[in-house]
Ligand binder design. Structure first.
Ligand SMILES: Nc1ncnc2c1ncn2[C@@H]1O[C@H](COP(=O)(O)OP(=O)(O)OP(=O)(O)O)[C@@H](O)[C@H]1O
Ligand SMILES: [Mg+2]
Length: 292
């Protein structure tokens, strides 16, 4: 069990996170928040790359900073940006990183083919990484994070640059890996965590807004999300009155999905709230998406 206990983080006077309380056991946790909310900051503290200004992070009762190498041996980390040599093939790259992690050459050479197979790159073992697609690079990144068979796998925006097919493959891979480990991944793309995360963690105004199942998080908007058709000339006014979540032109009218907190209308169809709806609702003032 990994516990974040009353953690705050400031850079100088600039406060990013306040009084963060979290517990992780095996499963997939999706850290979901807009750009600049503090996802990477939290993740870097989980990996001991950054120190909290206040509070502690504890693994099975021990402070992770005092555990030092012993803790770092338990984690696998995919940074938001990672560098590699374009002339390396994935086998060479993983060998190089394994050496840095203190894994013997013999162990590494046994393990690397399995890992490349795990991320479906066995066909590209000899191919230079400079020729890889974004998704292939990302999969090498996941393979390197798995080199030490970590108990805690931490992935910062791992789905950036993946095409839809690669996303599906990636989701399946993560659910497999999470059976006997903690997997934490950050993203600002709702659909990336919607189908794989057991728990969603949302950060807002420096604090944890939710740490719950998608079902529970969506519950708050029950009975408030609707769909209706609006004539084009009324769309502007409609947007001022209600929070528009998505809009689609259909048969000469606008089909709008929206939130109405108080009103209701016989012509509106009530729909089941999704995580995307909650995301747009909660971060509506933060200038993301195409709201309003
Ligand atoms: N080393 C630092 N010094 C000063 N400010 C920092 C530092 N690192 C991050 N910040 C600031 O802290 C805030 C949170 O940054 P962070 O990178 O954690 O956000 P994020 O949620 O990962 O964003 P993104 O989705 O863009 O990756 C931002 O305002 C950022 O500018
Ligand atoms: Mg980040």
């Amino acid at each position: 069990m990994l516990t974040v206990n009353g953690v705050s983080k400031k850079f100088g006077d600039f406060s990013v996170l306040q009084d963060i309380q979290l517990e992780f056991s095996n499963g997939v946790y999706g850290l979901l928040a807009p750009n600049g909310a503090g996802k990477t900051t939290l993740i870097k503290m989980l990996t001991t790359l950054l120190h909290p200004t206040k509070g502690e992070i504890v693994y099975n009762g021990q402070d992770v900073y005092s555990m030092g190498e012993k803790y770092r041996d338990l984690i696998g980390y995919l940074p938001q940006q990672f560098g590699f040599y374009k002339n390396y093939n994935p086998f060479q790259y993983l060998q190089y990183l394994a050496a840095l992690k203190g894994i013997s050459k013999k162990d590494a050479n046994e393990k690397i083919p399995d890992l490349l197979k795990l991320v479906a790159l066995e066909g590209a073992i000899k191919k230079k990484m400079g020729k890889f697609s974004g998704g292939m690079i990302q999969r090498v990144g996941i393979a390197q994070a798995m080199l030490n068979d970590p108990k805690i796998l931490i992935l910062d925006e791992p789905t950036a640059g993946l095409d839809p097919k690669e996303r599906v493959r990636f989701r399946n891979l993560l659910s497999d890996l999470a059976r006997d480990r903690i997997v934490v991944l950050s993203t600002h793309i709702v659909s990336d965590v919607e189908s794989i995360a057991n728990q969603i963690i949302m950060i807002k105004n420096e604090r944890i807004l939710y740490k719950d199942s998608i079902h529970t998080i969506c519950h708050q908007l029950d009975g408030k999300v609707y769909q209706t058709e609006v004539d084009f000339e009324r769309v502007e006014r409609f947007r001022r009155e209600y929070l528009s979540l998505s809009e689609r032109q259909e048969n000469g009218v606008m089909n709008i999905r929206f939130i109405a907190e108080k009103d209701s209308d016989a012509g509106w169809k009530r729909v089941t709230p999704t995580l995307e709806d909650v995301f747009l609702y909660q971060y509506q003032d933060e200038g993301i998406g195409q709201i309003g």
